[in-house]
Ligand binder design. Structure first.
Ligand code: TPW
Ligand code: MG
Length: 541
């Protein structure tokens, strides 16, 4: 086998489903093997940030590996922001960068795409990946690939692999997946028993579920545990979309003062809060009305469990859930609590009034009711806060790292990975960053529905500083651009136009459907309104 094939088969055997990439001369030999070996399908996009976001969304959707292949320097360094996002939001993306060959690097002159030294790129990615391998020795390469991919999945963080272009065809052994040391069963049992003791002693326990539940494919296990314990489950902001469609006592998404007050009160009043795979970040907790005392919480994340002042190391979340389920009894009948929200929006009124962001949530909820729910990708901006008012369905979004530019390429990654038609929510500012990637849909037959929240503004920022000129944008005609990119575009300004455009988009398959939704400047969703208000009050901005 050639080294490149060894790598491709290892990715496939570890569950990768496709590759996203952009070639360059240092990556061309590898691309040639990607194409001719046909081990994994591949999709090229237009700009490396899109490649990184698409691979990240595929990883999030699949609860497994996403793969991004780029060239050295100009290509790989263009992915620093998406991979930093994947690192902080725990998405297992494998970055594979072509690299100069061993001979070239010894010639003594600077090579194109070289930043400072030939190892600068590796050093930069060391900061934003959990493991790295430079495959400069075909004999050691299979072992390194196994270690790196194993760590990627175990830690659910990105990894970095550099493939020198002169070794792509070097003969190599296949990767043998080495057994990893199992967790200490006694430690897992002791930990599970202590968790159950705390829950049994509590009067008002609540489970807060975070992204690791999705990353490790544990939604069904959590639903089972939730039914058995009959403890209310809220998701974190990042965990929105978890448990969609499963029977369990889900109460909604916790967002402190910015969220549903019923859910916030329940989480903040809990006498024992069990955090399962939650990224404890300011987007969730800095907007709490009462500071949650994390010392009174049980925090299972990053492969360990912290209870008050002691830590059980090396407790994988999956094994903890197994141990908890094994120590609880099934309950008869359906789960007693259902998803509750204190302020259901109700259906869209299709009149001639201008559109507000909440109307978009109403229109989407109506669509999901008529058709099945669709997987969603949201960008940063009011579109993400509006998504909190939409039905709980599979959602990928940068809720913690909060980078713009995620939505459109992530939606493409969702469609490639799931085969389902996604719904993309994106602001006009974010669309200006990566919206062009829609031009790649026609080649691959992707047909997302794209809702552009077009307020001609960086509105989230304008909300903090309403008087300043620099947060105002021009009103770009995105609907007109759509047809040149191979899709259909519609511009809507009233609620009646929005309703009929969504119907038309849903009925038209095979081409992406972009709806340029004209929103008055200054009109934001209920969720963002509360979020900004809470931030102002608590941070003094
Ligand atoms: C890569 C900072 C956070 S929100 C925002 C900016 C510039 C405005 C978003 O405008 P958009 O949405 O997309 O029109 P909306 O609803 O607010 O009008 N650069 C990056 N990421 C972030 N988060 C910023 C800047 C920012
Ligand atoms: Mg905007």
């Amino acid at each position: 086998m050639r080294l490149a094939e060894t790598l491709l088969h290892a990715l496939h055997d570890r569950g990768a489903g496709e590759i996203f990439g952009i070639p360059g001369d240092f990556a061309l030999p590898f691309f040639e093997v990607i194409d001719s070996s046909a081990v994994l399908p591949y999709y090229t996009l237009s700009h490396e940030p899109g490649v990184g976001f698409a691979a990240d969304a595929a990883a999030r959707f699949r609860s497994g590996l996403g793969v991004a292949v780029v060239t050295y320097g100009a290509g790989a360094l263009n992915m620093v922001n998406p991979i930093a996002c994947a690192y902080s939001e725990k998405s297992p993306v494998v970055v594979i960068s072509g690299a100069p060959g061993a001979g070239e690097s010894k010639q003594g002159y600077l090579l194109h795409h070289q930043a400072k030294t030939l190892d600068s790129q590796l050093a930069i990615f060391q900061e934003i990946t959990c493991d790295q391998a430079v495959l400069d020795d075909p004999e050691r390469a299979p072992g390194m690939i196994d270690r790196v991919l194993g760590n990627c999945l175990e830690r659910s963080r990105p990894v970095y692999i550099e493939l020198p272009r002169d070794l792509v065809h070097a003969p190599s052994e296949p990767v043998r997946i080495a057994a990893r040391p199992p967790a200490d069963a006694e430690a897992v049992a002791a930990c599970a028993e202590e968790v159950l003791e705390h829950l049994a002693a509590a009067h008002k326990p609540v489970v807060l579920a975070g992204v690791e539940i999705r990353r490790y494919g544990l939604e069904h296990k959590l639903a089972t545990l939730g039914r058995r314990l009959d403890i209310p489950i809220a998701t974190s902001f990042m965990g929105r979309g978890l448990l969609a469609g499963l029977d369990c006592p889900l109460i909604g998404t916790y967002l402190g003062l910015a969220g549903d007050p019923v859910v916030s009160a329940q989480v903040e009043d809990a006498d024992t809060l069990l955090l399962l795979g939650v990224i404890v970040s300011d987007t969730n907790f800095a907007v709490s009305s009462r500071q949650i005392d994390l010392r009174r919480a049980i925090d299972a994340s990053d492969g360990q469990v912290r209870i008050a002042h002691h830590v059980y190391p090396r407790i994988p979340l999956s094994e903890l859930l197994d141990a908890l389920i094994a120590r609880t009894e099934p309950r008869g009948g359906k789960s007693p609590r259902r998803l509750v929200t204190s302020s259901p929006l109700g259906p869209l009124v299709a009149d001639h009034a201008p559109i507000a962001p909440d109307d978009i949530a109403r229109a989407v909820n109506d669509l999901f009711e008529r058709h099945a729910p669709m997987p969603m990708a949201a960008d940063m901006g009011d579109c993400l806060f509006t998504a909190m008012e939409m039905e709980n369905t599979a959602l990928v979004a940068p809720g913690y790292y909060a980078t713009m530019g995620f939505g459109v390429p992530a939606g493409l990654g969702l469609q490639a990975a799931s085969g389902e038609r996604p719904l993309i929510l994106v602001g006009d500012g974010a669309f200006q960053m990566t919206g062009w990637e829609l031009g790649n849909c026609q080649r691959y037959g992707w047909d997302p529905i794209v809702l552009v929240f077009n307020n001609a503004s960086w509105e989230m920022l304008a909300t903090f500083q309403p008087q300043t000129p620099y947060n105002r944008l021009d009103n770009w005609p995105f609907h007109e651009l759509a047809k040149h990119l191979g899709g259909d575009g519609m511009r809507v300004s009233t609620r009646a136009e929005l309703a009929s455009a969504i119907d038309r988009a849903a009925a038209t398959r095979g081409r992406f459907q972009l709806i340029d939704i004209q929103l008055p400047r200054g009109k934001i969703s209920q969720s963002l309104e509360r979020f900004v208000g809470a931030h102002r009050r608590l941070s003094g901005i």
